[in-house]
Every structure is written in C-alpha cells, then in structure tokens.
Design a protein around this ligand. Structure first.
Ligand code: ASP
Length: 582
C-alpha cells in the first residue's frame, strides 16, 4: 500500500498510530540535529520529523538530502507536536519517521509551489503541471468539477439525457471561423470541428430525445480577445415540445440551483429585460445590474441651444456617477483622456457637476443654463454630489462608449462586487444584424433561430426590425448563456437562409440534412447553451476563465507547454494531401 492516509487527514486523535504517507516535499527545515519536512499532496500538508536521538543516522542523511518537490514515501508514528500550528488542519501532530523511500527526485522547480508564487503567467503555463500542484489552481479545478457535477445531477433529475455528438463534422455557423481537419481518406476534403453541437442537438429532437444536454467542447477560430479560448466548454441543452417560457423557467431553475449549491446564495425570480431596453438603458446587451448608473437620453433637453456638437449628434446620452462631484478638475481631465483612448473611442466628454446645494457647474456653461442642466440631472437621475458624464454621436458607437465608461467607473467605485449575484434574462433579440462593412444582414444568434410569430413577413420589408425568440442569460455583466426557439419546418428555414444570402443550392449543400429531417415530423423545439468556463469563473468570484481550465491556451491561441500549434513533417503533409508552399 502506497499510503494509509492522505496528508490532510491526520489529527490529534490519531496519535500513536503507525501510518504510511506519500507526497511531494513542500519544504525542509534542517537544524542538523533535527530535520522537519512538509509533505504535500492534493489533500493538504503533514509535517514529518527526523531527529538525531530517535532517527537512525542514515535516515538523517537521507532527510537532509531531500529537495523541493521530491516524491517520497514515509512510514512512521503520529506524535503530538511540540509547537502546534493552529492554521493547519494537521497542525497538532507530526510524523516521527521510521522508514523513508525516495520514489522520485525533482529538479528545482522554476517557481515556488506556494499559494502566492513568484512565477509569472508564461512560466506557470509552460510548467502547468507544477502550477496545478499549487493550492489555488487545484482548488479551482475541484471547484469546476463541483459545478459540472451539480449541473449533471440537476439536469438528470429533470429527465435530461447527456448525449455525445461528433467532433469531426461539417461547418456549423455560429459566427466564427471553423477549425478544420484534413481527411486522409478523402483527398481534398476536410472536417470542421463544431463551433457548437447546434444542428446535432436539433436532430436529436427530431429523433425524439426530447430533453438533451451535453457538457461539450466547442471550437471557434476567432481573433483572440482577452480571456477567450479557441476551445471552450458549453453546457449545451435542447428541449422539444416547449415554448420560450419553458426554457427560461428550466434554466433559471438550473442557475438558481447552482447559486444555492455552490455559493449558498438564494435568488428569487430573475428579472427580464427586452433587448431594446438593455441597449437604451445600459448601451449593452449584457448589462451588469448590480448597480445603477442607467443611461439618460438627453436629445430633447440638449439639442435646443447653439452647441453644435450635440445638435449634430444622433444620440446625446449621459450617466450620473454617484459621488462624482468630488473628482478634481485634474481627475475629470484624466477621465476625458480615458474615454478618448482608441480602445473606447469617444471624441470627447461633456460633464456637469451637481453641487451639494443643488446648483450645477458644467463644461458647457456657455451654452446651457441652470434650468437646462436641472433637466439633464432629472433625465440621468443625478443627485447632489454626483457628476453627469455625457457623450454624443452615432447611436451605436456612443452607447458602446458610455457602456465602457459605466463599467470602468463602477469598477473604480467598487460597485462590481464578486460575491453579489445579479442574473438577468435579456429577451426579444433582433433576428438579424446588419454587417456595417458588407451591408449584408446575418443571423444575430444563428440561422436556426425562429422569428417571433407573425414577423416572418417583415423580413422582406424591414429585416432589421424582426425580433427573434432568442434570449441570453446575463450574470454580473457577462453573457453566461444564450439560446432560442428554433425553426422546425423546412419552408421557414428556407426563407431564413434565403434572407441570409444563401442560394438554394448553397442552402441545400450546407443544411440539406437538417431541412430533410424537418420533413419527417420535427417537433417544435428550442434550447440554450451556457459557457461553462465563464460560469465557473463567475461563481468562483473571479473573471479570468483561464484560472479554471487545466491546460489553457495563451492569448495568441498557443499551448506553450506542449508547444502547439506546430508544423507537420513532410510525410504527414503528403499523407493528408496537403501541399504547403512556405
Ligand atoms: N448553439 C448556440 C450557441 O452556441 C446556443 C443555442 O442556441 O442553444 O451559442
């Protein structure tokens, strides 16, 4: 037997027991006549003691040679510690070692295997297996496991069946590029890795599976933004014979269950917000509603004077920053520089102080009097002591800019509290989205999303106005899930694909299998997918998903540990019928 106990297990009640432990040397303290070793495994740390009087000389020498991260096995007796450590669960005892064997040596690790390490991100990723020995990383992986178990248990109890779908498939459009895999046996042909199991889960509904879920890897070849992974995990779900309301209730139930199980937080009914309202009030389709600072649209109260910047703008919109009147002129100037950075992109910012006595002082006093400014305060719901920040310009852009400013200020004001949870359903998304560059519409969610009843005709006249039976679940300003009620008849699917610019032949080539299936009794169905990595990170009170992935890729999409991606050798390329002219 390699071990009788783990290193987190022994207590004072075990004193005098003979035990065998195994693990890694966390650290040694060598006083010559006495050597202490901290032995670590997944479960904790136990202190070993070797002392001149009670330990044979040879063993003293072995103990003195132990280096950090050596793997050892010891047998010994549990004894009471002379100086107890109340900060450790095993702090009352230590092991007086009578046998030791070195199972494996270790080079000195390139960073310290401590809760707070001296290793930078790159180094930790290169030696991720060492990083995983650190408690915070280990705890995150265990935490993720707890979340996935809770998901599986909850959904299984509700009659959902986990079904695996293939990874080597044909392109599924979810708005990104596909990763492709060349086929050796079919020259010149390629599989695509799924951006999601979307079409398969719909086919499972046609197959009568009724309630499906899968914790599944998805692959999207996107330009990498911070904290995105080219491969990531979804909790992918689909149900048949349901309406939107059923989906929202079922998955609100799941989310509520997770918040209770994992975080011990009880949350009532989740609020719902229309997409249009989210955009108008927060400039964003995933608003963080843990705090206020709602947008106030100022066009009617700011476009009647000689201030041309506002008069020529499509949208003039402001927020009231709580307590912001305490900012110095210099601080405000800095804020203006901040919104003008290319990452935010505003052309400038107008501000208005709301003084404690209720009077106003703005950066545009030349144009607006106290009465005007009082109206601004009313629209932005500003109180005495606040600062009103106003941006103007093209609606789409200005909303995004002000939303970025809102989030930044909330962060600075400490309003984004990790242990506070504010879920929100955003519903009634537009069906289509205009691509500003090409002038074409594409599906905002994906091409299988059904328009709201009775809106199909609008597609011809006002495509941008058509609303979809599509919804997102937002948690603390992050989209944690999204889904829709699907089209389940061939005719509607064909109309939809036509509007997305597919010719009949293209639609048949790419989605013929799905449309054919719709002709054999497809039930009404719909679903949702949660981004598991982000969900776990948020429940864990953190925002970087990388911390909850065992072997993540870096911001350039590389795995620096195994050094992937990598070139293939000539033979392999030939076998795959690939010719590279590099
Ligand atoms: N397949 C969708 C996605 O990955 C989710 C869904 O519609 O269920 O976003």
């Amino acid at each position: 037997m390699y071990r009788t106990h783990t290193n987190g297990q022994l207590r004072a009640t075990d004193i005098n027991k003979k035990v065998t432990l195994a693990g890694w040397v966390q650290k040694t303290r060598d006083k010559g006549f006495m050597v202490w070793v901290d032995l670590r495994d997944r479960y904790g740390i136990t202190q070993l003691i070797f002392d001149e009087e009670r330990t044979p000389k040879e063993m003293m020498e072995t103990a003195a040679q132990l280096g950090r991260e050596f793997v050892i096995q010891v047998t010994g007796t549990v004894i009471e510690r002379e100086s107890k450590n109340p900060n450790m669960p095993t702090g009352d005892i230590e092991i007086l070692v009578s046998e030791i064997s070195i199972l494996n040596k270790s080079l000195t690790p390139p960073f310290t295997i401590e809760d707070e390490t001296d290793g930078g991100e790159d180094l930790r990723m290169k030696y991720r297996y060492l990083d995983i020995r650190r408690k915070p990383v280990r705890n995150n992986l265990v935490f993720r496991h707890k979340v996935t178990m809770a998901v599986r248990n909850y959904l299984s109890k509700k009659d959902f069946v986990e079904v695996e779908t293939p990874y080597l498939i044909k392109s599924t459009p979810e708005g990104a590029r596909d990763f492709v895999v060349p086929s050796r046996m079919n020259e010149g042909q390629f599989y695509a890795l799924p951006q999601s199991p979307q079409t398969f889960k719909q086919l499972l509904m046609v197959g009568g599976m009724d309630k499906y879920f899968q914790i599944v890897k998805c692959f999207r070849d996107e330009d990498l933004r911070a904290d995105r992974q080219p491969e990531f995990t979804q909790i992918d779900c689909e149900m048949a014979f349901i309406e939107q309301e059923d989906i929202l209730n079922t998955f609100e139930g799941l989310t509520r269950h997770l918040l209770k199980e994992i975080n011990g937080v009880e949350i009532g009914e989740f609020p719902r917000m229309q997409y249009d309202d989210a955009m108008r009030l927060y400039g964003n389709d995933k608003p963080d509603i843990r705090f206020g600072m709602q947008f106030g649209e100022l066009n009617p109260v700011a476009q009647h004077k000689d201030f041309n910047v506002f008069n020529t703008a499509e949208l003039v919109v402001g927020i009231a920053v709580p307590g912001g009147n305490s900012y110095t002129r210099k601080e405000i100037d800095k804020l203006i520089d901040w919104v003008k950075r290319p990452q935010v992109g505003a052309l400038g910012m107008v501000y208005c102080r709301v003084n404690e006595d209720g009077s106003f002082k703005s950066s545009v006093d030349k144009f607006y009097d106290q009465e005007d400014l009082a109206k601004w305060a009313e629209v932005t719901q500003a109180s005495p002591g606040d600062l009103i920040c106003v941006l103007s310009g093209d609606t789409h852009k200005v909303r995004a800019q002000l939303s970025t400013l809102r989030m930044e200020l909330a962060e600075r004001l400490g309003l984004r509290k990790a242990n506070e949870f504010a879920p929100l359903w955003v519903v009634d998304f537009p069906l289509l989205e205009l691509d500003e560059e090409t002038g074409h519409y594409h599906a905002m969610h994906h091409p299988f999303t059904s328009p709201k009843p009775g809106q199909l005709e609008l597609l011809d006249t006002n495509p941008g106005e058509v609303k979809a039976n599509a919804y997102d679940l937002v948690l603390n300003g992050n989209e944690i899930g999204g889904g829709s009620i699907r089209i389940h008849d061939k005719k509607t699917q064909a109309i939809m694909l036509k509007h997305l610019g597919f010719s009949e032949e293209e639609a048949k080539a790419q989605f013929g299998f799905l449309m054919d299936a719709f002709e054999y009794g497809a039930p009404p169905h719909g679903g949702i997918a949660f981004g598991l990595d982000r969900l776990v990170a948020i429940l864990g009170g953190q925002e970087t998903i990388r911390d909850f992935i065992a072997f993540p890729k870096n911001n350039a999409g590389r795995d620096v540990m195994i050094d992937a991606p990598a070139p293939l050798d000539k033979e392999q390329l030939e076998e795959l019928h690939l010719k590279l002219d590099l």
